[in-house]
Design a protein around this ligand. Structure first.
Ligand code: ZN
Length: 372
């Protein structure tokens, strides 16, 4: 669907639109060339509808006036990923985010051997039970592992898989965060693509979307808490246990049908923001115990950028800026939900950068000098 085609729908005044019989299953016939035989064939193209033509369950944002899909079959909803409608950019913003995080995950799984050796060295030094004398001994082992990893380029695929799995296992909090982000971004994309199918699927996908946001927030806590408090398992357990409990509570709440309704938009944003703001407590604690860390300011800058992105996103999500100022102007591009999506991806990327700095800085520190 091009912008000009949609423009015809947009120019229809609300009152006229209300008078019209809803044509939710109406199709427009376009003539298309059959490239194989050169014959002209008739291709059906489902029409987009206005806000006033929507079934009640889809009337969520009264400031987005047109370009809606309503009660579309799954196949057409799937292929609408390549058409212009008011969810196109909502689908693509998080689909691109998902691909980005998938790329980062693969890159981290396949990263160069010397980084792995560095990381393994860091883990050994950070083990509370590892004595100073063990460090040099263990590091020799890791140097040997590095050589072995370089040799793995020529090794059998099965052997390489096992080693990569071992590497991934030692960095599990990092991959928990990456997986949580991917789950959130992909479930959001799927939700926006298929929620136009039916009321039943719409409700189900909305809940999955909210669960995805919760999972992303919770899993974001894992790398910083795990790595910053790696010398103090008590605090690791308190913070990670606390956020996981809050997350489970939030997921149960979000799964209740009432929470998906429009009137609870502000409450949902409040719950998600509170979950994120819980991070202030371990963050202050982390700053105190890492006061002497030269990377402190870089980590804080990234984490503040993340917090600013998420909170701005939550505000825009609730306030429906800018479409409330000019209803109908931002139907296809620039409405609040799209801005919110972009800010979520930016926040997650800032957090990813912060995690890398934390990993790097912890690498150079030993237990005893980090946490009192
Ligand atoms: Zn969304």
């Amino acid at each position: 669907m091009s912008f000009s085609e949609g423009g015809a729908v947009f120019k229809r005044k609300p009152k006229e639109a209300m008078d019209q019989t809803p044509h939710l299953h109406q199709t427009r016939k376009n003539k298309k060339r059959d490239h194989g035989g050169g014959n002209r064939v008739k291709a059906k193209r489902r029409a987009l509808v206005s806000f006033w033509e929507l079934p009640e369950y889809m009337k969520d944002n009264e400031f987005i006036l047109n370009y809606y899909r309503a009660n579309w079959p799954l196949k057409e909803a799937l292929f609408s990923i390549f058409r212009w409608h008011n969810e196109t950019l909502n689908v693509w913003t998080h689909l691109i985010g998902f691909i980005l995080f998938l790329g980062l995950t693969v890159a981290n799984l396949m990263e160069v051997p010397h980084q792995v050796a560095d990381l393994l060295g860091f883990f050994t030094r950070s083990m509370p039970f590892s004595a100073e004398t063990n460090v040099s001994h263990n590091f020799k082992d890791f140097a040997a592992d590095t050589t072995r990893l370089v040799d793995l380029k020529h090794a059998a695929p099965a052997e390489m898989d096992i080693t990569l799995l071992e590497m991934a296992a030692s960095r599990w909090p990092f991959f928990v965060f990456l997986s949580g982000s991917m789950f959130c971004l992909l479930s959001s994309s799927i939700c926006h693509l298929f929620s136009c199918h039916s009321h039943h699927l719409n409700l189900f996908l909305l809940r999955i979307d909210y669960v995805g946001i919760t999972v992303m927030i919770i899993t974001s806590f894992f790398p910083p808490i795990y790595y910053i408090f790696h010398c103090d398992h008590r605090w690791q357990l308190i913070y990670l246990g606390g956020i996981t409990l809050m997350g489970v509570f939030t997921i149960v709440t979000m799964l209740s049908p009432a929470m998906s309704s429009t009137k609870y938009r502000a409450l949902r944003a409040l719950i998600f923001s509170s979950l994120g703001l819980f991070g202030i407590i371990p963050a202050i604690h982390a700053v105190v115990v890492n006061w002497g860390n030269p990377q402190r300011n870089a980590t804080l800058a990234y984490e503040l950028a993340m917090a600013a992105s998420y909170l701005t996103g939550a505000f825009i999500y609730v306030s429906r800026i800018p479409e409330r100022w000019k209803p109908g102007w931002f139907d296809l591009a620039g409405h609040s939900h799209q801005i919110f999506h972009v800010l979520v991806v930016m926040g997650a990327l800032a957090h990813y950068a912060a995690t890398l700095v934390i990993l790097d800085s912890q690498h150079t520190m030993r237990c005893g000098s980090v946490v009192a």
